[in-house]
Design a protein around this ligand. Structure first.
Ligand code: AMP
Ligand code: MG
Length: 338
């Protein structure tokens, strides 16, 4: 793959994306139609199921029978439950809930899973020059994204400035030998909402493949991980983009995604708040404390974890962040919707 999106599909998509005045309701949906390399496709229609998971919609689509679909769905739910038990902000029993409640008092000893994602988030903070920052939680609270406080007006500049004192990855203290994290400022809190779904999609895809189900797609709320095999005679999957102007149809341009790759879309298409009649994205620019202005970004990457991180980061940090990422990871495909 080259540094710039260079396939016919990509450039068509990009051209359209730039022309499209996207304001809302942009989301990747999975058609899970295999791209035909040969005519006379056999087994080219996947069996699929969708269900609520982690506050969003989960989907499994596989090129196999109903029995395998049940097996794959059970595995998927098991993996997502395991990830939720660590990273859920709603569940008061979760490890993250305990971390956020106590890490300002004393260093919090992390599980392997927590430590793994915390270290990946640290790397992401560094490689995006701070655009991806899981310490934004106090800002998410201030803006009212978790709906504890229903606000009608945006917060004032003074309120934002005060809360910015409690954000910033550089205010976390790590002990690598002990695998602990400490909040150097009281009131800090972590939010893995921009990274945990991709991580979960990778885990589920790996576990489903290990069970011998190797062709299909795992999707959690727009974080898609392709299983390692394309169905016989195919070279990849077509991923369609929901038409931002019409929820019930898709754009004519599509992305072709190779087996084992991942796609993620971030943006204000479905999750936003409305204050004084203006829509605000649930992705915060950590530098300013204000919600990001970009409508949506789609990223194709080798893992759902990376696609999830980078799509959120590019909404938060814009083209500047995308350029940093393209330099470091030339194989990434990044598409902005405006
Ligand atoms: P996603 O849907 O993957 O783009 O993630 C959006 C979620 O990531 C938000 O709902 C927040 O939980 C969290 N978030 C918001 N702003 C940022 C940011 N700048 N860096 C990392 N996570 C963020
Ligand atoms: Mg994300």
């Amino acid at each position: 793959m080259s540094a710039k999106p260079d396939t016919a599909v990509s450039s068509k998509f990009r051209g359209k994306a730039l022309l499209t005045a996207v304001s809302a309701l942009l989301v990747i949906i999975l058609l899970a139609i295999a791209v035909r390399k040969n005519p006379a496709p056999e087994n080219s229609i996947p069996v699929q199921t969708a269900f609520p998971v982690m506050g969003t919609i989960g989907r499994v689509a596989i090129y196999a029978g109903e029995k395998e679909l049940t097996t794959a769905t059970d595995i998927y739910r098991r993996e997502f439950d395991a990830v939720s038990a660590v990273f859920s902000l709603r569940d008061q029993e979760s490890e993250l809930f305990r971390l956020n409640s106590s890490a300002a008092e004393k260093p919090f000893p992390c599980s392997e899973t927590m430590w793994f994602l915390l270290m990946r988030a640290k790397q992401a903070y560094e490689e995006t020059a701070g655009a991806f920052d899981i310490t934004v939680k106090p800002l998410m609270d201030l803006w009212g994204f978790y709906q504890q406080k229903k606000r009608t007006d945006p917060p004032s500049a003074a309120e934002i400035a005060a809360v910015l004192e409690k954000t910033g990855f550089d205010k976390l203290q790590f002990n690598e030998a002990e695998k602990t994290v400490f909040f150097t400022v009281p009131g800090m809190a972590l939010d893995f909402g921009g990274i945990a779904k991709g991580y979960a999609a990778d885990r589920a895809a790996q576990a489903v493949s290990a069970a011998g189900i190797t062709a299909g797609v795992i999707d959690i709320g727009g974080n898609l991980r392709m299983l390692p095999d394309a169905p016989g005679g195919k070279e990849g999957f077509i991923v369609a983009i929901r038409d931002p102007k019409d929820r019930n149809s898709v754009l004519p341009e599509t992305l072709t995604v190779k087996p084992a790759m991942a796609v993620s879309t971030s943006g204000n298409y479905e999750r936003f708040i409305e204050l004084n009649g203006k829509k605000y994205s649930h992705i915060i620019s950590p530098a300013t404390g204000y919600p990001a202005e970009i409508s949506a970004v789609t990223v194709v990457a080798p893992t759902a974890l990376d696609a999830d991180i980078f799509s959120t980061a590019c909404v938060a940090g814009g083209e500047k962040t995308a350029e940093l990422l393209r330099q470091k990871y030339p194989e990434l495909q990044i598409y902005f919707m405006r």
